[in-house]
Design a protein around this ligand. Sequence first.
Ligand code: HEM
Length: 509
Amino acid sequence: MDFQLIFLSVPLIFIAYKLFNRLRFKLPPGPRPLPVFGNLYDIKPVLVRCFTEWSQQYGPIFSVYLGSHLNVVVNNAALAKEVLKDNDQQLANRNRTKTIEKFSKNGMDLIWSDYGPHYVKVRKLCTLELFSAKRLDALRPIREDEVTSMVESIFKDCSAPENKGKALMLREYLGMMAFLHITRLTFGKRFMNNEGIIDGQGQELKGILNDAIKLGTKKSLAEYLPWFRFLFKAENEALAEHDSRADHFTKKIMEEHTIARKKTGDTKNHFVDALLTLQKQYDLSQDTIIGLLWDMISAGMDTTTITVEWAMAELVRNPRVQKKIQEELDQVVGTERLMTESDISNLPYLQCVIKECFRMHPPTPLMLPHKANANVKIGGYDIPKGATVSVNVWALARDPAVWKDPLEFRPERFFEMDVDMKGTDYRLLPFGSGRRICPGAQLAINLVTSMVGHMLHNFTWTPPAGVRVEDIDMMEQPGTVTYMKTPLEAVPTPRLAAHLFRRVAVGNV
Ligand code: HEM
């Protein structure tokens, strides 16, 4: 009898406490939540489109409950500034689900760490060491190696007689490039041999990444309904296995680099060597080093692939813009050599094109969720401590009150208005802003600009035979990062001499 009473009263007290909190605070309006399930029942799969629709219904700031957890979504530039500037420090924690708790070693990395002394230390290490201008420059040969290698393989495939005029699926090439680049930057190794075969260690790495995607995207109810977590024993076991596999892989790589450094006395610029040599100075635990290495892979791989795939889709749909970029490239770079990153500063139109791509298709359209570490007020509403706050950067960059013809892909708009995209202008925030702004922003901009530049300098792109440009599917796939729902297919026609389609290979840097 006593046991039954306790069994019934615990959830009742919990629900009463939640109700009390809802009445105590003046929360932003939003769709009516159900007990326990919240709004999970009426959320549409492409979250960012669903939230943008709701912002038209409920206003630019609204509440949504994922299970019983309160999320507040802000949808215009003025509110974004309140979140990311005026209340930046109070809103700089992260919400870690059970899966993320495991992936991030309880927030001992950077991405999932709460704001506090650990975060400040690791962030400083990123700013001063990993992403310093000097290191970015030193790592440039890797980027140029991988971009030219991608172009070479596209050229080989489209020049094969049986493939003449055939469309290629771009995501395969972009994804491979992004994988080789980020793993090389992070783990200091190219996992593909000169015959284009991924080696054994690379296969293991791909296996770990595939598992991570499966575990991460399998959003079980347990993530949102913690009371039912005990039902998901198999998932918990799979998580533990994944964690130990990733640890084993990373420790082996760290060991290999430690031996190499002892042998040669030479420290390379990639992140493993950097972190191991800075370990004492920054007092980094092994868990933090491993966590940071995997942070770079998870933050820096898909985001690049996604951005360039959307960019190419827009360019296939807009032959006018394609032609204009090619004219600029031919004028600045010529047709006798390949472009390099040092050409970028002389390619203002290409820079506008990249900005326009980030405006229309930010790969993380709701940024990463922030969590309140204190009660704060945003837009006149209460945000209680513990609530999650998301900034809908997709909606900000398509706000008709700010942007003329926001749904039109028109890079020239950036010649007419001066808008920064690295966190100082709240109308355009593909990398976020404030304390938690993406530390890889400059690296990503260089890489994406170089990829699109090479793709357009080397080839002209058209839709597959029989497909009209207006038939290209521009819908997003559901997920935290927004891939195109239908992978882009396009036909490349080489426009430079064949000898220029050659990989510019470098060794370890
Ligand atoms: C197109 C490329 C990229 C985009 C659009 C992008 C965007 C973002 C965004 C929106 C955030 C969250 C900011 C916030 O929570 O307020 C973020 C965080 C982060 N990004 Fe990127 N990113 C890109 C590429 C990269 C690359 C290449 C790296 C590293 C190699 C990287 C490393 C990180 C890290 C470590 C964080 C966590 C920062 C923190 O929590 O303090 N990103 N990124």
